[in-house]
Ligand binder design. Structure first.
Ligand SMILES: N[C@@H](CCC(=O)N[C@@H](CS)C(=O)NCC(=O)O)C(=O)O
Length: 221
């Protein structure tokens, strides 16, 4: 029997987090592919529409929302840990992940909402909306600079070891280096690639971090 069952849709960044955490702990995952246009199986199971949703096949526990699933996996299978051993460092890692989820995602989400699902042209936006896109794109660039600084003395976002900060951020930040797949139509990913782009000249440490984390088992690349 698999260790856990996970419901997913193609190209889901939040599902990628679970794949990376499960691979880190060498867990066997039974993947359930959900039709993005028919979320009934997910809704019936979890009472909401979004993936990932994880199920413990042993006792039927159902957990939705990637940060909650990651915490649940850590508690259920503590070794090897994704959190730093030092309690203060573990608390800082939680602050990083919370900010990444609640603050960092804001600008690219707002840009994707303004540009819409199909048309990626800035020209059709009002002057007000263009300014909003420019402001949010500038925020994304400023935060990329902070990630670059964070990696000055450490190989990973949470410190020396690979861990929860990398699992939380990599599925999103990787689009700064990697174009979305040809069949990935998610506008959010295109925004991350257009406005969150960086390279070895502009962000050498972040570029090396993407290359390093891409080699981890379960990492999308
Ligand atoms: N806070 C949730 C967000 C989950 C989420 O937004 N999932 C996306 C895929 S990455 C989804 O199901 N979106 C609905 C859709 O694409 O229709 C988490 O971290 O798991």
């Amino acid at each position: 029997m698999a260790d856990l069952r996970v419901y997913r849709i193609p190209w889901s960044t939040n599902v990628d987090r679970i794949a990376m955490a499960a691979a880190h702990k060498d867990l066997a995952v039974e993947w359930e592919d959900v039709d993005p246009d028919d979320r009934r199986p997910v809704r019936e199971l979890s009472g909401q529409d979004l993936v990932p949703v994880a199920v413990d096949p042993q006792d039927g526990t159902v957990v939705s929302d990637s940060p909650r699933i990651l915490r649940w996996i850590e508690e259920r299978w503590p070794a090897p840990s994704l959190w730093p051993a030092d309690p203060g460092d573990a608390a800082l890692a939680d602050v990083f992940c919370h900010r990444f989820n609640e603050v960092w995602k804001g600008p690219p989400n707002r840009i994707a909402a303004l540009l819409g699902p199909v048309d990626f042209e800035l020209d059709r936006l009002s002057a007000h909306d263009r300014r909003a896109v420019d402001d949010d794109a500038a925020r994304m660039r400023r935060w990329l600079a902070r990630f670059e600084e964070r990696l000055a003395e450490h190989d990973h976002l949470g410190g020396d070891a690979f861990g929860i900060c990398d699992v939380t951020a990599y599925p999103f930040l990787r689009f700064g280096r990697q174009a979305p797949a040809a069949d990935d139509a998610d506008p959010f990913h295109r925004v991350l690639h257009e406005h969150g782009r960086f390279d070895d000249a502009s962000h050498p440490r972040l570029t090396a971090w993407v290359a390093r984390v891409a080699q981890r088992p379960g990492a999308p690349r």
